[in-house]
Ligand binder design. Sequence first.
Ligand code: MCN
Ligand code: FES
Ligand code: FES
Length: 915
Amino acid sequence: MVKKILVINGVERTLVLEGTETLAEVLRDRLLLTGCKIGCGQGHCGACNVIMDGKVTRSCITRISKVRDYARIETIEGIGTLENLHPLQAAWVAHGCAQCGFCSPGFIMSAKVLLENNPSPTREEVRDWFHKNRNLCRCTGYKPLIDAVMDAAKVLRGEMSKEDLMFKPTDNKILGTTYARPSGIAKVTGNWDFGADEIKKMPEDTLQIALVQAEVSHALIKRIDTSEAENMPGVYKVITYKDVPGKNRITGLITFPTNKGDGWDRPILCDEKVFQYGDAIAMVCADTVAHAKAAAKKVKVNLELLPAYMSAPEAMDPDAIEIHPGTPNVYYETNCIKGEDTAPIMETAPNVVEIDSYCSRQPHLPIEPDVAYAYIDDEGRVTIHSKSIGIHLHHAMICAGIGVEPEKLRLIQLHAGGTFGYKFSPTIEALVGVATLVTGHPVALNFDMYQMITYTGKRSPGFMHIKLAADENGKVLALEGDNLIDHGPYSEFGDLLTMRLSQFVGAGVDIPNIRNRSRTVCTNHAYGAAFRGYGAPQSFMGGDIAMDVMAEKMGIDPFEFRAMNCYKESAESTTPTGCKPDVYCLEDLFNLARPYYHKNKEYAEKLNAEQGENGKYKFGAGVSLGVYGCGLDGVDSSEAWAELNPDHTVTIYDSWEDHGQGADIGTLTHAHETLRQAGFTPEEIKLVMNDTGLTPNSGPAGGSRSNVMTGNAVRVACEMLINAMRKADGTFRTYEEMVEEKLPLKYQGKWVATACTDCDMETAQGNPFSVYMYCINLPIVRVEMATGKVKVVKFTMVSDFGTIINKSVVDGQVLGAIAQGIGLALTEDFEDLKKHTTLQKCGISYPNDVPDDIELIYQENHPRPLGPYGAAGCGEGPLAAPHPAILNAIFQATGARITKIPALPEVVKAALDAL
Ligand code: MCN
Ligand code: FES
Ligand code: FES
């Protein structure tokens, strides 16, 4: 043991330590200073940054043995309070920098050191500082963070006050403003507990879980021997499939009857087979994490290896065995059949182009690894806290598998440090549920970043073959497609995802005739999970690039080619599924975007001219159109409640799960916009969210549905309350008057997308979404000709999300999506199980990988008839098509046409060499 005296936030602390801990462990485990977060645990992300003797220090890789006695350590808890924020904290809130908030403390500590050493940094210096200190943020796209540092510097220099930073409503109206999200202050002060922080505060008898995971991708399980592990120190129980009280399966809730599987293909703990790398085979429950991990290594698993099919084409080989015996590896097919047969059109049309594209297995890479804990609550319910973004959905998916009656299962969402969709699938919920049932103890499971990356779902790769026909004037006549989705071994939502290809290949374009077949393939690579954009990034990789190729072939400007072919009211254009979009806003959107496109083209030309003929770099301006629907297919619905309280406040209950996108500010703003009629201020609205024991089924926070669906449900609940409160003279009843008149105080608002229909099983024709959103992507790229290295130097996004509910949220959504789109286009992948195992090696974008020069333009003059206050969604549209725009820009710069991502330097170089 060693004694250490550290000066923490100005206070001398004497600590008796093992001596092997990291500084982060000492701060978090011993001092409960959980504002210091552990993301990667490897020095790659800066979430754990503290200040030690005036220097930014990544505490996760700082051994306490190397820390001198009396070292001065500052943590986020020491620099400001809830009532008196540090200027950086205030600026972080004001600029909406704390989306999920997981990275916020680490960035703020890093920025504090910068400003102490350089009180007047340039934007570039701030970026370089964060880049050098390896500060990662997956949500914000970095730009707001730079804005915040610049403003905080002004406050520190005495040029403005902290109060000037923050938007304050003047006429009790917050809709459309930058009103700060309710969780902001807690996030920037380190008071917002994430799952790993809550685990530190659980009862002493909590058991820690370590998983025994498969290290191969496909095998038969012959024997699992737990005897040695059971006798290891601190072990309470080793759990295998034999102990699982229920069906031991997570049901994929098969969406379409034409799916050839039954949806019960995903084991909670593997019994007969291993289906992919990382599959959970056993769980060790022990008194400490170290004990659990040590014992997990002693579980012996006897396997018979089977051929592993690591991509869709491999699993479709005629000799391939069925991964789930009895279900063919190609288990679902959808055809978009619109208009006339396309074959004769393809034969006779004057212009026909064809492309093959590949959209990669993009990893989600939230900075917070997966985490969950469970216990039996005072009503005997198995209670699971996790990052679930579909608590009621997951309830239905895991109930039978773990073996409890529905009323005996309660799911609660933790504060989530980003999910980007991977938590649309249950990950470890069923595991912790089983563990608490079997042991009778509270249990906790916290993945490390390696587990997070190697064993959570990924974007399902899309192999697309697209053919496009146009007449002599460039009017698109027909589209044909033949596409594959590699969905990994588990079928959950694979059919729904594949259906998205029917809905979004060619979306935004007036195409009268379509024949577009898409199939879902079971493989042994990572299971497919929802990822922001869900099906659209695959669709537009094929559909949009084909448009670009056609424009080029015909010698028409690519922007104008898209503009002339977009949905038009005059042409009564329909979507690929054969219905009219909710509003015709695309012509106006192209008109709005045109000057920005020309400005970008001119800028790229200027940069090229500066380089000269044989310059080191070539620059190009690209374009693409992205479209996405808001909702689950067909008649989607949501529910929210509003209750009047004795203290003249209103409580809103909903299950609008928060990834970090801003479910809190969304709920608050929708509620406030209605309740303000009766004079309620934002401070008088309380939120109770995301607990199946307390809040109604608002549906999952996926498919960019919540702002429309739950926004409407909140609006309806508040309208019902307001209507009940309204008196004949137009004034409103008080709480006391409501009670006196025996009027109900709590109202259940429900909103159903009754105008929608499911897509037809044979033709995919139908009206699946009540509201759509649109984005025109306009990047400028720089290609280094000798190496093929590409940098996005500017990005303009011109979007239509209907009415904007909160401006800084929407800006943040778009900026974050642009950063992820750049990563998707150029660097990110999860393909090589040995290599793609860290945030860095998966190609995540650091601050200087994303440009500072970003323009966000919004069109708001087409309010959505079915959106609350005219709003659409905005989370996913901006990630539908930034990557084809970047590839199209590479083409404009160099003439090299790349249709497969990531466009790593070697890929681009090979394409340049082939010119
Ligand atoms: N919004 C708005 N005005 C509009 C449209 C939306 O102010 N016209 C706001 C909404 O109130 C909400 C946010 O924008 O706060 C996103 O709304 P919406 O598009 O309805 O999406 P959801 O709330 O259903 O969120 C899910 C969506 C998805 S599917 C993924 S994946 C995703 C995303 O949003 N993952 C995210 N954004 C993310 N942002 C962060 N920081 N982290 C993630 O993991
Ligand atoms: Fe320490 Fe990532 S750098 S947690
Ligand atoms: Fe930065 Fe979420 S706000 S990672």
